[in-house]
Design a protein around this ligand. Sequence first.
Ligand SMILES: NC(=O)c1ccc[n+]([C@@H]2O[C@H](COP(=O)([O-])OP(=O)(O)OC[C@H]3O[C@@H](n4cnc5c(N)ncnc54)[C@H](OP(=O)(O)O)[C@@H]3O)[C@@H](O)[C@H]2O)c1
Length: 278
Amino acid sequence: MRVLITGANGQLGSDIVDIFNSIHQVFAFGRDTLDITNIEEITRIAREIKPDVIIHAAAYTAVDQAESNLEDAFEVNAYGTRNVAIAAEDVGAKLVYISTDYVFDGTNDEPYSEHDVPSPLGVYGESKYAGEQYAASLCLSHFIVRTSWVYGKYGNNFVKTMIQLGKERKSIRVVNDQTGSPTYTVDLVHFLLELIESDKYGVYHATNVGQCTWYDLAKAIFEIQEMNDVTVEACSTEEFPRPAARPRNSVLGHSAIKRNGFTDLPPWREALECFLKI
Ligand SMILES: NC(=O)c1ccc[n+]([C@@H]2O[C@H](COP(=O)([O-])OP(=O)(O)OC[C@H]3O[C@@H](n4cnc5c(N)ncnc54)[C@H](OP(=O)(O)O)[C@@H]3O)[C@@H](O)[C@H]2O)c1
């Protein structure tokens, strides 16, 4: 298939490009070659390439900065996604929009279902949810794939930060009252490979299976790395004030993956071991 990728230089986009390249004909665009806020540009490029699928991984992802940059966050995540959705529909391509656990407020006791009504806590989540609505209303053949706590070999992420901090300090304090599901980019990309072959459109929750707190995740990282001299101390969200509120529970239930017969992603700890051992 001919697959156009936006945000191709980002953490997830880079792994999509690497893995898709061996199977599909990939047309990768970073912000330097395709700014999604420019509708003429995306429409022209889509018409030239005639992709079967557009994977839209470009986003404004600075969660805290978004609180004081509402215009920028909506320009990219909401209107940029509108532009990509219009371009996908224009050329008859399937659209995969990568979205986030931040569309939920985190007050559920249970994992969130694909059909729970979003209620974002902050600007980033609001802008991503607006993007979901544009994707769903403007491109008939759409997949909305919500993921969470993403890490991989490209870019900065929590796993890399912990390892770096562990080299610099003997003791690290990590919040233990936010629960979610870490997601290894490579596992998410394998799910996307399967998804785009299908016509089972709609909303999907795709994370590594299982749940943990950031504290649990930090402990697991140091155990696997055998960095036994690093002590991880549990602390509360209130002790680490940030401009954007975080959902307390952002665990995403995988009923759409199961009901539609897709292969679920591996358990989070197994995925973390895979990542850290390569
Ligand atoms: N990281 C997570 O934990 C996480 C969790 C849930 C969902 N997600 C979603 O997963 C997707 C991928 O995230 P990621 O972790 O790969 O983030 P990322 O590393 O920040 O990648 C996003 C990419 O989008 C590019 N971009 C920003 N504005 C653009 C524009 N106007 N036109 C074209 N490209 C633009 C960025 O380029 P610049 O760097 O040049 O700005 C960056 O390369 C996003 O949709 C995000 O919302 C991520």
